[in-house]
Ligand binder design. Structure first.
Ligand code: NDP
Length: 503
């Protein structure tokens, strides 16, 4: 038995005789530079950390499968959706957004909901959130928005002034702010929340006919949230409570599952719909576009190694398969660039070759070559250019990608700042929320906004008032603000309001 024991080696495979004592000149040192085992060990340790994600740094993931339950072949030719009963392997990563890798799981924050489907036509990533909308709808605002949700550049502390100053000067954020400050902003576990594509995407069929779609992943465990107080307490009691919940439930065979529903809009409907279907601050009301069942997914296997499978997992909303494509949603268009870009920075240009990111159900056959950490045979002797008259892979001109007419004036077009931005948050407050939800919403907002300067409190409360007068009045009362002053600000245009509340 003894000779079957595994022998420790260096990273290059050389057997190591002693892993407790550095090589020294004499018992008391100094250490010899010829102890290459020591310098290799320290050198690797010094480089263990990779840049954490700028957003979605803290996450938890699991493997599982997706199964088609309803026929959607009329709308998409994606092969993994081609047959009822068809199963596809998936990997899912849930996350918080603003906090660092060591931050608490119960922080008030949207939750990331990123899925990788290992299909026979390549990997399809669905990179959504647990909210159906987003704070902004132009990618030019994204870096500014994230700066305000992170730490103050001088104090390195989270800063309620920065947080609310930006949001109150960005009125289109009001819908997402209302969802974030409801108890859905602090899910009790990743298993107890829905996932949404948030953006509108395109589905197209074999004939090249296209549809606009929004995806909803509905939890089969039921929605369950921490109250504001519980979430705050859990930050101290168990900052990893949500990560722990996911891992432990899968470990004991209690596999979480979600149903996939799709809302479908035809291109004709999109032209005249009362809300801009490509504005990510809006939903498509269910009454207008009823969700239809598509499938179901189950998470049934924990990662064996967190770094290899979760930290190195790289998702991009730009990873499509034939049958699924982008929409003109401006925020989505920015993300199509940014996700691949951030992974190249974080993991290197060949991150797609890492086992968790590589296609599993088909062969990757491209002309990309070289670059740091090329882990495979780099294409061997195959041609590395196209066109070639040797045996390299050929583009497939028969793929039915729809041809879309696009025209317009090249300019920095602004969205019209109108009352339409307040309709859906108002509906959510009045029609969807129950008394208790409204009570929690107001107290969650007051508990946070009270830490901002009064002029910022007033400006933000005017936005709540514009969504719903009762909503605005209750926040104003909670903050001890003069309701008449809030009403006056609410009646102004956004520019006038910004002017009236400037420092
Ligand atoms: P519906 O009554 O058909 O749908 C309301 C939706 O709101 C349900 O999907 C429900 O999710 C969700 N919901 C319930 N409580 C909250 C909350 N605190 N925060 C966020 N979502 C919540 O109404 P409409 O489709 O006409 O939409 C009305 C409003 O509901 C919208 O303006 C929007 O704010 C919100 N909403 C709409 C969604 C949509 O896709 N239409 C999706 C999510 C929210 P569940 O089924 O899981 O309980």
């Amino acid at each position: 038995m003894k000779d079957k024991k595994r022998v420790l080696t260096t990273g290059f495979g050389m057997p190591v005789d002693n892993d407790l004592n550095s090589m020294t000149a004499g018992a008391k040192g100094p250490v010899l530079i010829q102890d290459v085992h020591l310098t290799e060990k320290l050198g690797h340790f010094d480089r263990e950390r990779i840049p954490e994600r700028v957003v979605h740094a803290k996450g938890a993931g699991a493997h599982g499968y997706f199964e088609v339950t309803h026929d959607v072949t009329k709308y998409t030719c994606a092969k993994f959706l081609s047959e009822v009963g068809k199963k596809t392997d998936i990997f899912v990563r849930f996350s918080t957004v603003g906090g660092e890798r060591g931050s608490a799981d119960s922080e008030r924050d949207p939750r990331g909901f990123a899925m990788k489907f290992y299909t026979e036509e390549g990997n399809y990533d669905m990179v959504g959130n647990n909210t159906p909308v987003f704070f902004i709808r132009d990618p030019l605002k994204f870096p500014d928005f994230i700066h305000t949700q992170k730490r103050n550049p001088a104090s390195n502390l989270k800063d309620p002034d920065m947080f609310w100053d930006f949001l109150s000067l960005t009125p289109e954020s009001i819908h997402q702010v209302t969802i974030l400050f409801s108890d859905r902003g602090t899910p009790r576990s990743y298993r107890n929340m829905n996932g949404y594509s948030s953006h509108t995407y395109m589905w197209y069929n074999k004939k090249g006919e296209h549809y606009w779609v929004q995806l909803h992943f509905k939890t089969e465990q039921g929605i369950d949230n921490f109250t504001g107080e519980e979430a705050e307490r859990m930050r101290g009691v168990d900052p990893d409570c949500v990560t722990r919940d996911l891992h432990q439930s899968i470990e004991k065979g209690d596999y979480p599952s979600w149903r996939l529903e799709v809302q479908i809009m035809t291109p004709e409907q999109a032209k005249t719909y009362r809300f801009d279907p490509f504005d990510v601050t809006k939903v498509w009301p269910h009454g207008d576009f009823p969700p239809r069942d598509v499938g179901r997914f189950v998470l049934n296997r924990n990662p064996k190694n967190y770094f290899a499978e979760v930290e190195q997992a790289a998702f991009s909303p730009g990873d499509f398969v034939p049958g699924i494509g982008p929409s003109p949603d401006k925020m989505l268009q920015g993300r199509l660039f940014s996700y691949h870009d951030t992974h190249r920075h974080r993991l290197g240009p060949n991150y797609h070759l890492l086992p968790i990111n590589a296609p599993k159900a088909c062969r990757m056959d491209s002309y990309q070559r070289d670059g740091y950490m090329r882990l495979d045979d780099n294409g061997g002797p195959e041609p590395n250019y196209w066109p070639n008259s040797f045996s390299g892979p050929n583009p497939d001109p028969d793929l039915p990608f729809p041809k879309l007419d696009v025209s317009g004036t090249a300019a920095r077009h602004a969205y019209e700042l109108g009352d339409v931005d307040f309709v859906q948050p108002g509906d959510l407050y009045r029609k969807v929320m129950k008394d208790k939800d409204r009570e929690h919403l107001v107290s969650n907002i007051v508990g946070h906004l009270k830490n901002a300067q009064k002029r910022i409190q007033l400006r933000q409360t005017a936005l709540f008032y514009k969504a719903d007068s009762d909503y605005g009045q209750r926040v104003a009362k909670g903050l001890g603000l003069n309701v008449d002053e809030v009403k006056k600000l609410a009646a102004m245009s956004q520019e006038e309001r910004a002017e009236a509340t400037a420092k």
